[in-house]
Design a binder for this molecule. Structure first.
Ligand code: ADP
Ligand code: MG
Length: 235
């Protein structure tokens, strides 16, 4: 059986001005899977997600999302194609309340869930008592949950997550891990950039390792035991 890939990157090259960061990225991600993108700091993981999200225009290559070539689609339109992005860091609209942040995600997108607050609280009940708090006053973990909730309100088919557990206290990391598992169980494809190897090995269906802007390993997670994964990451 062949299925249409959720995402297909073909010969993708990208960077910042004259700084060439990504080289010849070929990657196919199947619908409903969790694809972990791994690699040390500075290898190009965020640049890859920025390019898929449309914040960076590739210098070569194409990006196909469910059979639609989105290589030249502006970032704000990609969300209409079902592509949502939770960038690295936990920036929110700090002066707005949690509820206002959620409503903003709802208003910005015609595909959005009709009941944004209910939808957010279903996934992240911890946000309930915080609805009227300014987002700028949330902890890192709470802000990350808000950002995940904002992305889910747009009813994505594909979710790009850049280091969702970075700098977050362990109890909330478990909640975020559970949320990622739930999101994937709904059939949403997830591209997960994750530095925390054990978490990636628990969640991912496929592991892709980047080094200096190139893919140095790609395969099913089941083909990697913990020691080989460590060895790959240490290259
Ligand atoms: N805005 C930028 N302008 C120029 N170079 C950048 C910019 N952002 C990142 N880089 C460079 O691109 C490379 C890859 O960075 P990045 O994609 O952030 O890596 P990672 O997410 O894997 O840590 C690094 O060498 C970094 O210094
Ligand atoms: Mg990064």
């Amino acid at each position: 059986m062949t299925t249409t890939p959720a995402l297909h990157l073909n010969h993708l090259n990208a960077g910042y001005g004259r700084a060439h960061v990504l080289f010849d990225i070929d990657l196919t991600i199947h619908p409903g899977t969790i694809a972990a993108i791994m690699g040390r700091n500075g290898v190009g993981k965020t640049t890859l997600l920025n390019t898929i999200a449309g914040l960076i225009t590739p210098t070569q290559g194409t990006i196909t999302h469910h059979n639609t070539d989105i290589t030249h689609t502006p970032p704000h339109t990609r969300i209409h194609h079902g592509l949502a992005y939770v960038p690295q860091g936990h920036d929110t609209f700090a002066p707005l309340t949690v509820a206002e942040n959620l409503h903003l995600a709802h208003q910005a997108n015609p595909r959005s869930h009709p009941h944004p607050i209910d939808h957010a609280l279903h996934h992240f009940p911890r946000l309930q008592p915080l609805l009227h708090r300014k987002a700028g006053h949330l902890s890192g973990g709470q802000a990350q949950q808000l950002n995940l909730a904002r992305a889910l309100i747009t009813r994505p088919t594909t979710l790009l997550l850049d280091e969702p557990t970075e700098g977050i206290q362990p109890s909330i990391v478990t909640e975020i891990e559970n949320a990622i598992t739930d999101i994937a169980a709904q059939g949403i494809t997830i591209v997960l950039v994750e530095q925390y190897l054990d978490l990636a090995l628990r969640l991912a269906d496929t592991i892709t390792v980047l080094d200096a802007g190139r893919i140095t390993h790609h395969g099913p997670r089941t083909e990697l035991d913990h020691d080989s994964a460590h060895a790959l990451m240490a290259i």
